[in-house]
Design a protein around this ligand. Sequence first.
Ligand code: SF4
Ligand code: SF4
Length: 725
Amino acid sequence: MADQSVTRPIFEGVGTPGEIIFYVLATASIATFGYGVWRRVNKYRRGRPAGRGKTIREALFGHPFAGVRERGDRGSAGVVASNASVARGSPMVGLAHFGVFWGFIVLFMGTVILTIDYDVVRLAGKAFTGHDIRFFHGWFYLIYSVVLDTVALAAVLGLGYLIVRRWLLKPSRLDYTRAAEPDGGSDRSQFVRGDWLFAGGLGLILLTGLLEEGARIRAADFPSFEVWSPVGWVIGRFYEVIGISPSASYTLHTVLWWVHALLALAFVAYLPYSKAMHMLADGVDVLAHDRTATLALPGSAPDTGHAGYTTIEDFTWKELLDLDACTKCGRCHEVCPARIAGAPLSPRDLILDLRQWVDESSGGIAVLDREKRTVEPGADAAIAGDVIKSRTLWSCTTCMACVQTCPVGIEHVPTIVQLRRTLVEEGDMDNSLQQALQNLAGQGNSFGKSARMRSKWTKKLDTKITDARKEPVKYLWFVGDYAAYDDRLADNSRLLARLLTEAGVDFGILYEAEWNSGNDVRRVGEEGLFEQLAEHNIEALQQAQFEEIFTTDPHSLNALRNEYPKLGAKFTVWHYTELLAHLVETGTLPVQQLGLRVTYHDPCYLARYNGVTEAPRRILSALGCELVEMPRNRTNTFCCGAGGGRIWMDDSFLSERPSENRIKEAATLDVSHFVVSCPKDMTMYSDAVKTTGYADTLTVLDITQLVAMAAIPPENEPLEAGVSG
Ligand code: SF4
Ligand code: SF4
C-alpha cells in the first residue's frame, strides 16, 4: 500500500460550502474564546503584583518534580502533569482526572497537528510548489491514530467514572449546601446545571468523535491500516454487526462529523465563561502556589492607606486567579473544622462568594456559574462584613487544612487574614478578643497579667533557671504565654524544667523580657500589634546569649521559625518534643517502659505548618507505649479549635466544638490516654473530655508528663506526675 494512501480524508462528505461554514464558525468560536480570556486576564490585571515569578520559575525549572510523591504539597510542573494533587486522598479521582486531563490535551494537540498539516503545510506547498504537500500519512498517521484513540478512550473512561461518582455515589463534599444559611437564602441550582453542562458537553465531544471515526472506517470498508485506530475499528465493526451498510455509514459519518465539530467549537467558545475556566486557571495556580505564604503571612497591601482588603485592587493577581481556579470539589469544605463545628464558614463558600462578587464587579464574565441570593451584596458592599460576613471570617482557626487539601493551590488563609485586618481596623470583633488584644498591647500577654508574673511558675523549682539575658546558654527556652501564665499548665512547665535539668541540658529563659510571640495576633489581623510584639522579642533574643531555641508552644514555633526571619531574625528553633526525643533516644534521659495504650494529637501549627510529626511518636515508642492512631493524624490532623486567635473568642454558637469532635474520634479507639504536645491543646482537651463525658475513661496528658512518668528517678527521688485531665 502506498504510503500516501495510509491516511484519512479531511472534511470527508462536508463539501466546499460546509468547509466555508466550518471555518466561519471556527473563527467566531476562537474570537469568543479570545475575548473571554482577555476579560479574565484584565480582571487579574486589576490585582496587585503577587511576587510569584520566582515561585513559577522554580516550579517549572528549579524543582520540576517536587511534590509529586507527596501528592502535591507544593506546586511544580510534575504536580500539574501528574495530577498528583487531585489524587491526594482520592486515588481513583486522581486517575480518572488524569485520563480526562491528558485526553483533552493530546486530542487538542492532535487537532492542532491536523490544522498545521491541512491549513498551513498543504496550502504553503500549493502556493510555493503547486503541489499538495502533506505529512499526515504513513507511519506518522498510524502512530497519530493509535495515540489519539488510546487517550480518547482513557478520557471517556475517566469522565465516565467522574460522572457516575457525581450522579450515583453522590459524595457529600459535592453537595453545594452552604455552611452559612444552609436552609435558605440562596439557590445554587445553576452550579449543578453548570457542572452537568461541562461534564456532559465534554463527554458528548469525546463520544461523537469516536462514533464518527467508527462510521468513517465502516464507510471505507475497513482498510487494514485502520486497525491502528482500535476504538474506531471496534465501533465500525459494531455498526457492521447491527446492519449499518457502508453507504449508510457514510451519511452517519457526515452527521456525526457536524455534531462533533459544532459541539467542539461551542465548547471552545464557552470555556472562559464557565466552570471549564478551571482548565486554564488551575495549572497556573498550582505553579504559583506557595505554601510558605501561609506559614509567614504577607503584609498589608502597600500604599492603600488601610490595613486590610477593601477593594478588588487590594487583592494580588494570584488571589484573584485562586477564585477562578476553584472547581467546587468540596475537599476544603469537608475538612474545615469550623464548618464541621457548625460555624458559618466553609472555605469553598468563601472562595465562591468572593468569586461571584469579583466577577459581578468586573461586568459579569461567568455564565451558568452563579448563585442566586435572596439578599445580594450590592456593588458598594464591603468585602469584609457584607460580602463575607464577620462571623464567617472570625470562625477560621487558621488550621491550614483547606490550603493543604486544595488540589489547585488555592491559599485561603492569607486571604482570610487580609479580610480580618479590615474587621480589626473597624473594631468589628468579639469583646473577649478585644480584651485579649488590649492585654497583649499593654502587658505583652493575653492574660492581662504583669510581665513580672511571667516567670512566677519557676519559683517552685529547686534550682533557679538561668537568665539567658545574663549568662550564655546552649538552649533558649521560649516558654509561651499559656505554659507560663496558665496555672493549670505551670506544673507541666516545671516538670519539663526538671527533666531537662536532670538530663544536664544547658538552658535558660528570657524571664519578663519574653512577650507573646504574636503568631496568633498576626492571624487575628492585628498587624501593628504583631510587629510590636515581634520587634520586642527579636530585640530581647538578640540581647540574650544562646545557640538554639526550643519552645513549648507550636504557635510560637511557627512565628520564630517562619515569621521572624522575614523581620531579619533567623534562629534555629526546635519544638520541645524534638529535644525530648533526642534525650530519650540517646539515653541521656533514661526511661522505663510504660506499656500504655495511647493516642496522640498532632497540633496544626506543629504538624501541618512545620512538619514535626515523628519526634512525639519516637518518644512514645521509646516509652514503650502502644500508639493507636486516630484516622486524622500527622499533617492530616484535625484542629482543636484554638488557633488563629479563636482561643480568645466566644465559641458558644458552635453546635460541637472541634476539640469535642476530636475527643469523640479518640474515644472510639479504646485507649487510656490522649497525648498532646501543645499547652493550648492541654487546655482545650482537658475541657473537652469533661463536656463530652469521657473524663473517666480518657486521660489527657502532655507528652512531658508521660516522659516524667517513665523517667528513672535519680536517687529514688520521684518526678511529680503533674496535672491530668
Ligand atoms: S484554615 Fe481551617 S478553619 Fe480556616 S477555613 Fe481553612 S480549614 Fe477552615
Ligand atoms: S477551594 Fe480548592 S478544595 Fe475548596 S472547593 Fe475549591 S478547588 Fe476544592
